[in-house]
Write a protein that binds this ligand. Structure first.
Ligand code: SF4
Length: 143
């Protein structure tokens, strides 16, 4: 299958995380090097700055550690990513685990205490809702 994958930009070393860091992951970087993946950060696409105050999901809303709601920016960025995935004909996505945008299956619980709860980030949820399969950097061996 030659269709590309959309991948979280922080996984290929782009310093787009809230703390200005990246989380480079070799097998995801290899996909890009092979021309099989397109990097994308929904939070940057939504207009958020880097670094930025960390956000978590709470009852479907995105709030930062100071209590400010950033749901609209997160949703705008997620829509941009969905549009890109469709334009490029992506077969799926490899996204950063536990992020309030990119996380899959497990995210932080909204209390900024490091506790995880079942759930998906807003971007992962949007892709799934539109039939685009998602896995994380922890799922290298999953098709
Ligand atoms: Fe990485 Fe996704 Fe967070 Fe952007 S929004 S820094 S791509 S985990």
């Amino acid at each position: 299958d030659d269709a590309p994958l959309l991948v979280s930009a922080c996984l290929i070393g782009q310093p787009c995380r809230y703390d200005g860091a990246a989380t480079p992951t070799t097998w995801v970087m290899d996909l890009v090097a092979q021309g099989r993946a397109i990097p994308f950060c929904p939070e940057i696409a939504g207009g958020l700055p880097t670094p930025r105050t960390p956000c978590e999901l709470r009852r479907g809303k995105v709030v930062d550690r100071d209590g400010i709601d950033h749901t609209d920016a997160f949703l705008r960025g997620a829509e941009q990513g969905l549009a890109l995935a469709r334009l490029a004909g992506c077969a799926g996505a490899v996204l950063k685990a536990r992020s309030p945008s990119c996380g899959l299956g497990q995210i932080y619980d909204g209390t900024f205490t490091g506790l995880l709860v079942p759930g998906n980030g807003l971007f992962a949820a949007l892709l799934l809702a539109h039939g685009i399969p998602v896995r994380t950097e922890l799922d290298q061996d999953r098709p």
